[in-house]
Design a protein around this ligand. Structure first.
Ligand code: SF4
Length: 384
């Protein structure tokens, strides 16, 4: 194998580059999985799939992708839908900023590009939620135009190909991988090449135990030649996630409706509905935090007792959440749902509304805890 500095400072000799390109695209044509967004290579479908696949496995994405396409057939359909309808279809997939950004981008694509997904990296990167990788993926896969794309899978394959000795996410590692990806992407069939690299990373060049004997790149691969391929690229040190503790209240009124609160439009779970919860202050007990929450909601006098349902744990990207959940009964209706059909920031949800509103994973887990609650007699009672 001959590796040389290209005009971009990274790459292989032209003959090696052509051999790699052929090996990847032929392997992909033979072994690539048949997936719904690979049937027509419609740029809109590729864009939606790429956003859904961010930090999410293909198997998890498939039912969501089908549901999305059944509901939003094109950019225009996403742009004109109410945000709550978009979040409802996304419900359970997590990282809801992705759904909100998809809709914001769809509206901009209608406004600026006549409803057609752009075919250039700069135009795509000007849209919310589309970074360097996603733009490269849409251009190369959706439009079949040459553009580099480096995600986790491609980064690992390329990193092993050159025995990268710094973590993929380290600044030096990223710069080198992008230069390499740019030098390798072919003018002919960039779609097959980039997807082939992604697929190799997912199916063959696996993080823990790469299947090198099945790999079409092994003759060129420096990590394979080293005899210990999974040592490359080195893993980044993981920082421990802190745990944040709090209390959640699941309150039903006399009509059996559950009190839900809508989260602010931006940030984690933005725009989704959930039972109210609050973070504990230093030295505060969970029950005291729950009582403070009732006070803030303005319903403290109407809730005579709180039953403990148990602890809910939920992992987020930067921290763990640990919430003590309490069930309670509210004696008078509060607050009323705004007239005119749209729920106010808080609402009492009967079962039909619960099914219709977009709830995050946290809310769904809490409802499950409530459903599994033992009979009231065995539950702990709060004297206050
Ligand atoms: Fe990965 Fe092994 Fe293929 Fe190298 S030969 S790219 S380490 S699967």
């Amino acid at each position: 194998m001959t590796r040389i500095a290209s005009s971009h400072g990274e790459g292989f000799a032209p003959e090696t580059t052509r051999r790699l390109q052929r090996a990847v695209t032929r392997w992909f044509a033979r072994a690539g999985r048949r997936l719904p967004w690979r049937e027509r290579y419609d740029p809109y479908e590729v864009w939606v799939a790429e956003i859904m696949l961010q930090q999410t496995q293909v198997e998890t994405v498939l039912p969501y992708y089908r549901r999305w396409m059944a509901r939003f057939r094109d950019v225009q359909a996403v742009a004109s839908a109410p945000e709550e309808a978009v979040l409802k279809v996304w419900e359970g997939l997590g990282y809801y900023a992705r759904a909100r950004n998809l809709q914001r981008s769809a509206r901009l694509i209608v406004e600026r590009h006549g409803g057609r997904v752009p075919d250039s990296v700069p135009a795509l990167r000007a849209l919310p939620g589309i970074g360097r990788y996603t733009a490269g993926a849409i251009v190369s896969i959706g439009h079949n135009r040459p553009a580099p794309a480096v995600d986790g899978n491609i980064g690992r394959v390329l990193g092993r190909l050159v025995a990268l000795d710094v973590p993929v996410r380290a600044p030096g590692g990223q710069a080198r991988l992008w230069r390499l990806a740019e030098a390798l992407v072919p003018a002919v069939d960039p779609r097959g090449f980039n997807q082939g690299l992604m697929e190799l990373g997912a199916l063959v060049c696996r993080p823990a135990s790469p299947l090198c004997p099945l790999c079409p790149l092994r003759e060129t691969c420096a990590a394979f030649a080293s005899g210990d391929p999974q040592r490359f690229p080195p893993a980044a040190q993981r920082r421990a996630r802190p745990t944040r503790c709090g209390a959640m209240v699941l309150l039903r009124n006399d009509a059996g409706c559950l009190l839900l609160r809508k989260r602010p439009p931006r940030g984690t779970w933005g725009g989704l509905w959930e039972p109210p919860w609050i973070e504990r202050r230093a030295g505060e007990s969970s029950r005291a935090a729950a009582r403070r929450l009732l006070h803030e909601l303005g319903i403290s006098p109407a809730v005579r007792s709180l039953r403990s349902l148990g602890t809910l744990h939920h992992g987020l990207t930067h921290f763990q959440l640990s919430l003590e959940c309490y069930a309670g009964q509210v004696k008078h209706p509060f607050p009323e749902v705004a007239a005119g059909g749209l729920p106010s920031e808080k609402c009492w949800a009967d079962n039909a509304r619960l099914a219709a509103l977009p709830l995050g994973r946290l809310g769904r887990k809490a409802l499950e805890l409530r459903r599994r609650e033992p009979t009231g007699e065995t539950a702990e009672r709060d004297g206050g």
